[in-house]
Design a protein around this ligand. Structure first.
Ligand SMILES: [Zn+2]
Length: 427
């Protein structure tokens, strides 16, 4: 098996703390990477994510990232049509450096492909609440979608932009245009939240009725398509009430549903408005990718526009990969099962990859992941790599350099050798 790419993601503070030269030397010699990317706009998250402390950062034990700030020097003219402007880092050790430039220059010197990623939430909660509420997703009750984890600040409350909002779409396009225009990047990766998926754990179909979106822009887009938005809202709300058991009547309906075993297909047949809404969400997301793809390719023809699929259950977030695939050049899938330490999860890695392959065809580049962090072991890393190779991956991305021990980094190289994988560039 010949893979096109072996990459990992870095963060600006990694470059500051360890030094970009040392990191790239390490990635080439220890792992054999031929590509690297940096999260150029990062969400509110503690690093390393699945360990208490860094294994090899020489300066700090952990890092708490700022909420949704950019780590390059945004070019103001690129945002003249965008109501939302990017926030930049306020930390002294980061704010005066253009970290995208630092990485691009160093990667070129090391003869590595280089890219950037825009992470899950490109705007922070405070701005979402104070200035741009109209662009944030709402549930069927008209409320801003609640925090994913109640009580936790880093749970993306009021940060999930609705991609039917023109301001949100122009903003994300401007961010990518800025980078694709001003930096010699080979790859741009989008990793944004799509529609809020509701709570499928409560009910495999009806849980989605608690998700997004019912904002004014969704209503406007639905009207353009000739959909009966009022009827859709009425049906979705009825089932949202039932799933939440919002009244004595809804509670009885929920209990009756639980006593039976009606299939999801039966519920869809009986309630076509739910399917209309799910389909509408997919069409909205496909349009989002189409416009973003055009913006990025217009700014830098030939660039690799990559979609980082964060969620395996795409149907809950409005993602129909069969429709999105024509607009993206490659796909990264965040199947990070090694970090669980559970061998069965790792042995099931081929399923997500096969689902994606069925959706996008044999020719589309898919770069799936392994996660050499958390509870990952050398054995699980090697098993994960072998499974991806056997299931037709086109490359590998590992998540992430910051949390990987030297032993786990070496295991990636050994795992590829043992699986009979070589990199195209190494031939
Ligand atoms: Zn909306």
């Amino acid at each position: 098996m010949i893979w096109k790419e072996l990459n990992t993601g870095l963060y600006p503070w990694d470059l500051h703390d360890e030094g970009v030269e040392r990191i790239l030397d390490n990635l080439k010699s220890t792992v054999g990477c031929n590509a690297v990317y940096m999260t150029a706009l990062m969400h509110y998250e503690k690093r390393p994510l699945h360990d208490n402390y860094y294994p090899h950062n020489p300066i700090r034990k952990r890092y708490l990232a700022e909420d949704a700030v950019a780590y390059w020097k945004p070019h103001p003219e690129m945002y003249k049509d965008s109501r939302i402007k990017p926030a930049t880092s306020q930390r002294d050790f980061l704010k005066d450096t253009d970290w995208v430039k630092v990485l691009v220059d160093a990667a070129k010197k090391h003869d590595m492909k280089v890219g950037i990623a825009i992470s899950h939430t490109p705007m922070n909660t405070d701005r979402g609440l104070k200035e741009f509420q109209d662009s944030i997703q709402r549930d069927v009750y008209g409320n801003l979608l609640p925090a994913r984890v109640v009580g936790q600040k880093n749970s993306f409350h009021a940060q999930q932009l609705c991609w039917n909002s023109p301001d949100a779409r122009i903003y994300i396009q401007s961010l990518f245009r800025d980078i694709a225009t001003h930096y010699e990047v080979d790859m741009c990766q989008v990793s944004n939240f799509l529609f809020h998926g509701g709570y499928p754990a409560l009910h495999s179909l009806l849980g989605v009725t608690l998700g997004g979106c019912f904002c004014e822009y969704c209503e406007r887009e639905a009207a353009k398509k000739g959909l009966d938005w009022k009827a859709i809202k009425r049906t979705v709300r009825r089932f949202a009430d039932i799933v939440m058991r919002n009244s004595l009547e809804a509670n009885e309906d929920w209990l009756l549903l639980q006593r039976g075993d009606s299939s999801d297909l039966m519920m869809l047949l009986e309630n076509p408005e739910i399917f209309q809404w799910l389909r509408f969400r997919c069409e909205s997301i496909t349009n989002y990718f189409k416009e973003l793809s055009e913006a990025i390719h217009d700014a830098r023809p030939g660039i690799d526009f990559r979609f980082n699929t964060n969620w395996r259950q795409a149907e809950y977030i409005g993602l129909d990969m069969t429709q999105v695939a024509p607009y993206v050049d490659s796909i990264r899938s965040t199947n990070y099962e090694e970090q669980t330490g559970d061998e069965q999860f790792v042995l099931d890695k081929g399923k997500w990859l096969s689902n994606l392959r069925r959706q996008v065809g044999e020719q589309k580049t898919i770069i799936p992941c392994i996660a050499p962090r958390g509870k990952a072991t050398v054995d699980l890393i090697k098993k994960g790599i072998k499974l991806l190779a056997l299931n037709g991956a086109d490359g590998l991305s590992f998540a992430f350099y910051d949390g990987a021990t030297k032993q786990n980094l070496q295991a990636i190289k050994e795992g590829m050798e043992e699986a009979g994988v070589t990199l195209a560039s190494a031939q």
